[in-house]
Structure formats: structure tokens, C-alpha cells
Design a protein around this ligand. Structure first.
Ligand code: IPD
Ligand code: CA
Ligand code: CA
Length: 255
């Protein structure tokens, strides 16, 4: 099933790449929340492929409404057909396809494919995480002051004062903070050690499912801001190499 998930993400990624930079139909789901024809084409392709190969599996996909579930509820695919839509719509090459599979409520497979760099991040429960088939692990940075972090901002900016305060705190206490615009890529980068930590509120299960499994399999930690075990259905999320987690939670709990 991991190979099937990787192949599906790769093919969907190529659909995104073919349309990237061209004239796109773009509509708004909210004031600053876009959806393009590429999101829809990628999702239709992925769901069709899953339905053909695993007709009884359930599907939870971003653009088909909150949840489309039928058949076998033991297996659930969680799909973001294009993570980084704002980047994509502006021609900024940082976006991906991200898929995960839950079996009986437990994440067992996660795949994030970045077609612009041909990078396939993957994880299987108890079998580790990989980048282009080579095993990866989280960074060994021990102190927040030496860390490079990444975050994102939700489309609902009603809490923007608090979001800005949190950002400022991390800016002063870390070596660097980035905001790349694709939570799935952010998390994959934590799993392979390019970033040391990540935080964001307001995310959905399809943004984080694959990345959470990758980080766990790569030796890191993902949790709520209060430090509870991560639940992909309950934002906000903090993820890290594990070593700087307590320091990150300290900031998230005090801002
Ligand atoms: C968004 C991206 C972004 C994050 C937003 C997400 P989308 O997903 O992951 O990095 O900051 O909160 O909604 O809309 O591009 O699939
Ligand atoms: Ca997303
Ligand atoms: Ca999306």
C-alpha cells in the first residue's frame, strides 16, 4: 500500500506541475483561502485511483467537503491534493501532494511528494521515514537558541495579534524562523532534519497526517500546545526533533 500511495502522490504531483505557471481558474473559499482548478484535478485523480484499487476504503479529502466516507471505515485515506495553494496560485514553487492512511484510527502510512524538487517523503508505521527511499531522521539540535523553525498562519486571522506575538517570541529565541506556505512540506522537513521545529494553529487533518507519522517514525515528537499526544483532528500542533520540544511548548503556553 505504501508503493501505491507513493505512486498516486507522484502522478498527482505531475498533474500539479503540468498546470503550474499557466493561466488558472482560481476561486475563493474565504477572504484569503483559494482553490484552483489544479486542486480539483489532483483530488479527482487521487480519489478515482483509490476507488478503483480500494473501492471499500473511506476517504477524507479537502476539496470534496468535510468528509466523504463510505464502505470500510477501518481504512481511511486522508488527502490534501495540493498543500500550498496560495504559493501555487502565485507561481511560488513550494507545494506538494500529501496523503495518509489510517487503519482502525491509527496512522499507518504517510506520503508527501514535492514535484518541484522531485522529493518523495514517506513513512510507514514501525518502518521508519524516508526521503527518495533513503532513511531520514530528525535533527540533533539541542537548544532552541540554535534551532531553525518553521510555522504557518491560518486563513482565519481573527487571532492575528496572538499569532504575531508567538511569532515574535520564537524570532527572538531561535536562530531563524521561516514561513514557507505548505504545512505538509514544513513537517516533512522537520522529519528529515532540515527544520528543528514547527508550530501552527488552525490546521486540518489532511495538512498534518502524513507529516505527523513521518516525524514520529524519524524520532521526533508531535503534540498539542499543552503537550498532549498529537491528535490530527485537534489543532493546534507543535512538532520538533524532540530535543527542543519542551522549550517550544514553554513559549506556546505563555504567549
Ligand atoms: C495551507 C498550507 C499553509 C498553512 C495553512 C494551510 P492549503 O494549506 O498548509 O502552509 O499555513 O494553514 O491551510 O490551503 O494550501 O492546502
Ligand atoms: Ca493544506
Ligand atoms: Ca489543499
Amino acid at each position: 500500500m505504501l508503493n501505491f500511495a507513493m505512486e498516486t502522490a507522484r502522478d498527482a504531483g505531475h498533474i500539479l506541475l503540468e498546470k503550474f505557471g499557466g493561466t488558472l481558474k482560481v476561486s475563493k473559499k474565504g477572504d484569503i483561502n483559494l482553490v484552483t482548478e489544479a486542486d480539483l484535478a489532483s483530488e479527482a485523480f487521487i480519489i478515482e485511483k483509490i476507488n478503483t484499487h480500494f473501492p471499500r476504503h473511506s476517504v477524507l479529502a479537502e476539496e470534496s467537503g468535510a468528509s466523504v466516507q463510505s464502505g470500510d471505515i477501518e481504512w481511511k485515506w486522508i488527502i490534501d491534493p495540493l498543500d500550498g495553494t496560495t504559493n501555487y496560485a502565485h507561481g511560488y514553487p513550494c507545494f506538494c501532494v500529501t496523503l495518509a492512511i489510517e487503519h482502525k484510527g491509527e496512522l499507518v502510512i504517510g506520503v508527501t511528494y514535492d514535484p518541484t524538487r522531485d522529493e518523495m517523503f514517506a513513512a510507514e508505521k514501525h518502518h521508519g521515514a524516508s526521503l527518495n527511499s533513503k532513511p531520514v531522521k530528525v535533527s540533533s539540535t539541542e537548544a532552541l537558541s540554535e534551532s531553525m523553525l518553521v510555522t504557518g498562519f491560518p486563513y482565519d486571522l481573527s487571532r492575528k495579534r496572538i499569532l504575531a506575538d508567538t511569532f515574535e517570541s520564537f524570532l527572538f529565541k531561535s536562530r531563524a524562523v521561516r514561513r514557507d506556505g505548505s504545512a505538509a512540506i514544513d513537517l516533512a522537513y522537520v522529519a528529515c532534519g532540515r527544520f528543528d521545529g514547527f508550530w501552527e494553529e488552525g490546521l486540518n487533518p489532511w495538512d498534518v497526517a502524513a507529516g505527523v507519522l513521518m516525524i514520529n517514525e524519524a524520532g521526533g515528537r508531535a503534540s498539542s500546545y499543552s503537550g498532549d499526544d498529537v491528535d490530527i483532528y485537534k489543532p493546534p500542533f507543535c512538532a520538533s526533533n524532540g530535543l527542543i520540544h519542551a522549550e517550544m511548548l514553554g513559549i506556546l503556553q505563555t504567549v
